[in-house]
Design a protein around this ligand. Structure first.
Ligand SMILES: [Zn+2]
Length: 366
């Protein structure tokens, strides 16, 4: 899942190098490095595709991410197996970068089909199990209260309640056991060493895979070249500060991964220019936060009042999925400023939260 286009996306873009002219065709793979193949699957969202990676694992192929559970993606998986039948090696294991349905959706199907293990970080695996268990439930009172505090209308709340409980619909039943991926762990895949680098902000314990020997980083959704990652606060943890975590993760990746690395992202295309991309994402985010600071200095605002300061596209309040994403991203920015002591939050008589610039800026936590 990607984020809303930020106003800052209008900034001059860094010159990234995209070494591949086109993605692999439907049902085919494309070699991007020795023993590493690119697979592309469609997604039933505005963001219409995801990239998966197959890594030569000796007697089989290790897969990274799986696609959503839809009839079409299962059909394409079957085409992939037929088209690559001359390579008799089966899938050997399934790595999943994080819990979102486009990444984890078919993990249960593929691991059961091949009798293989899912490799995933513990927080992603357990969070996914928890989210899936909400599928088919009524919207929780805590979630309704969260969106009321953000300033949502009664109509938007009603539409949210009617839609609630869909998270697990694009996810095949998860495997009941898994192999935990840990930060900085070194894993041998085939003949090569890969290192796990955990990030967060987009999801709770997102695994990137770095192979220094090949000069490759499988970045998942942690760094994307043409769109920015969705960084949102969700009702389950209203006071979370994922924006700080995301910015910290970008800074960490710059230190851990060399600038000339070929980055294999989950969306868009493989690219070189990781450090330039990180710098552009940081600059864009800081400018967005500056616009938010200015708008809060003018008058107190609710979460739903700051979309214009943060996002390039307008948010139709009737489009509840978009409204939810914009609200989550706005609260991520507001919580970041709250944690820094730059703004204060007060609930009005209706229980709606209003944010305003801190009355005494000298007291900023900095
Ligand atoms: Zn994601």
């Amino acid at each position: 899942m990607d984020g809303l286009p930020d106003v800052a996306e209008a900034l001059p873009k860094p010159r990234l190098d995209y070494p591949f002219a086109a993605p692999p065709e439907r049902g085919r793979t494309l070699e991007v490095a020795p023993g590493v193949r690119w697979i592309r699957l469609p997604l039933p969202f505005a963001l219409n595709h995801i990239n998966l990676w197959a890594i030569d694992d000796g007697a089989g192929w290790a897969l990274v991410d799986t696609g959503t559970r839809t009839e079409e993606t299962v059909a394409i998986w079957r085409e992939l197996f037929v088209n690559h039948a001359d390579d008799k090696r089966p899938l050997s294991r399934v790595f999943v970068t994080h819990m979102h349905p486009d990444h984890v959706g078919l993990a249960g199907w593929l691991t059961r089909k091949f009798g293989i293990r899912l490799w995933m970080s513990r927080l992603e695996y357990l969070s996914c199990r928890a989210m899936v268990s909400d599928t088919g439930r009524e919207a929780p009172a805590d979630a309704i209260a969260f969106y009321r505090r953000a300033g949502w209308s009664a109509e938007a709340i009603e539409a949210y309640m009617a839609r609630f409980g869909n998270f697990g619909k694009l996810i095949h039943t998860l495997p009941d056991s898994y192999r935990r991926l840990s930060d900085r762990e070194e894993i041998t895949i085939g003949a090569r060493r890969w290192r796990v680098i955990m990030g967060n902000g987009h999801s709770p314990e997102h695994a990137c895979l770095h192979c220094a020997e090949l000069g490759l980083l499988i970045s998942g959704d942690q760094v994307l070249p043409r769109i920015s990652s969705n960084v949102s606060v969700y009702p389950i943890e209203p006071d979370a500060n994922p924006m700080q975590q995301w910015l910290d993760s970008l800074a960490m990746l710059r230190i851990e991964v060399p600038a000339d690395t070929l980055v294999l992202p989950s969306h868009n295309e493989p690219f070189r220019g990781l450090h330039d991309r990180i710098a552009a994402l940081e600059t864009g985010q800081q400018r967005a936060l500056d616009r938010l600071r200015r708008t809060l200095a003018q008058a107190p605002r609710r979460a739903i009042d700051v979309f214009g300061a943060l996002f390039a596209r307008s948010v139709d309040p009737g489009n509840v999925p978009l409204l939810g994403m914009a609200t989550g991203e706005s609260i991520a920015c507001l919580n970041y400023l709250l944690a820094r002591g730059e703004v204060v939050r007060e609930a009005d008589a209706q229980g709606v939260d209003w944010y305003r610039a801190h009355p005494d800026p000298s007291l900023h936590a900095g």
